[in-house]
Ligand binder design. Structure first.
Ligand SMILES: *Cc1c(COP(=O)(O)O)cnc(C)c1O
Length: 347
């Protein structure tokens, strides 16, 4: 059967799925803990009519998003994590063999969604400082462009002028993945009506602390959004997740708490890591990438043995011996630094 597989999926591997029992600082989720919106909604959900289907396009959540961002419900497509919206975007445009261009290094799942939709994934290396090579990206013949800012795993925002130039000069769909936008002042969502090609994706998995509920959305001008709405699998977001997302949008206290921790701890943790002798890269997100002086896979497994899991990127080109950690609470960061110190001393 192997030879019958679609050619673009033949080199795929199973996704990152660590089996160690440890404090998870490897997935950049919210360290405040579960969003209280879940508890509130679950209590109210006891009598929910789950024998009925949810709204096929999550109309209530799209309305809530429209109010929150001063757009219209039809500017939004809502789905099962922003990963579904990335998938829907590629499903909507790619023919077999079409090229999607992305910067390297960036989010691993972007290439996955391109390949499972029959596309070819091509990258253009980031310039020093992990900034976009706009000319390099425009020069490639492609059907779509995708990038995320702040970039994962490097954690920096791309220069505004560069992202704007790409959106303006590229005459095909361009996806800006804003999974970590809530930790920065940078955003492109409010510009979706000004461009015919701009697709912005966002998630409730990070700053809203709801990764386990799988809720995400995209925003685009109404014509573009409606085109993609027709491609999305109806009912893909369940009723409970939709209600939780609406409650989470209404209660900003949790969101702000997480933003405050990141703001306060980003500099502190960066300095702490620098003092331990690592090359630490500037962060605009809720995670920090740094380079260790020893093989990073071994570094990560020794740290995991001490009870803290961070993520290894050391095998990726341009990220030799780089690792990424979530920015934790003050206590968590102190624990992380002390365990790293132990690893250093025992090397
Ligand atoms: C975490 C992350 C997502 C989130 O995906 P969900 O499916 O919404 O959980 C999307 N893009 C990037 C770059 C991420 O890091």
């Amino acid at each position: 059967m192997e030879e019958l597989r679609r050619s673009t999926v033949r080199d795929l591997e199973l996704y990152y799925n660590p089996k160690v029992k440890a404090i998870r600082m490897d997935t950049s989720v919210n360290v405040v803990g579960p969003n209280p919106a879940v508890k509130k909604v679950l209590e109210e959900c006891m009598d929910m009519e789950v024998n009925q289907y949810p709204s096929p396009y999550s109309d209530d959540l799209r309305k809530a998003l429209a109010e929150r961002y001063n757009l219209e419900a039809d500017n939004f497509v809502v789905g099962n994590g922003s990963d579904e919206l990335l998938d829907v975007s590629f499903k909507s445009f790619l023919e077999s063999g079409d090229v999607v261009v992305a910067p390297h290094p960036s989010y691993v799942l972007h290439s996955f969604f391109v390949k499972i939709n029959g596309g070819c994934f091509e990258t253009v290396d980031l310039l020093p400082g992990f900034q976009l090579d706009v000319d390099g990206m425009l020069e490639k013949k492609s059907k779509m462009i995708i990038l995320c800012t702040p970039n994962n795993p490097t954690s920096n925002c791309f220069k505004r002028a560069d992202v704007k130039r790409l959106i303006e000069e590229y005459d095909r769909p361009i996806i800006v993945d804003e999974a970590y936008t809530e930790y920065t002042s940078e955003e492109y969502l409010s510009y979706v009506n000004e461009f015919d090609n701009l697709i912005v994706t966002r998630t409730f998995s990070k700053a809203y602390g709801l990764a386990g509920m799988r809720i995400g959305y995209l925003a685009a001008n109404k014509k573009l959004a409606t085109m993609m709405q027709k491609v999305k699998i109806p009912y893909s977001l369940n009723k409970i997740s939709e209600a939780v997302a609406i409650a989470a949008l209404q209660n900003t206290e949790y969101l702000e708490k997480g933003q405050k921790i990141v703001k306060e701890q980003r500099e502190k943790l960066s300095n702490g890591l620098r003092e331990l002798g690592f090359e630490v890269f500037p962060s605009d997100g809720n995670f920090i990438m740094f380079r260790v002086k020893v093989p990073s896979d071994e570094f990560v497994s020794r740290l995991a043995a001490k009870g803290i899991l961070i993520r290894d990127f050391g095998k990726r080109r341009m990220l030799e011996n780089c690792v990424r950690t979530t920015i934790g609470t003050e206590e968590l960061n102190e624990l992380l630094l002390s365990k790293i110190k132990e690893v250093n001393e025992e090397w």
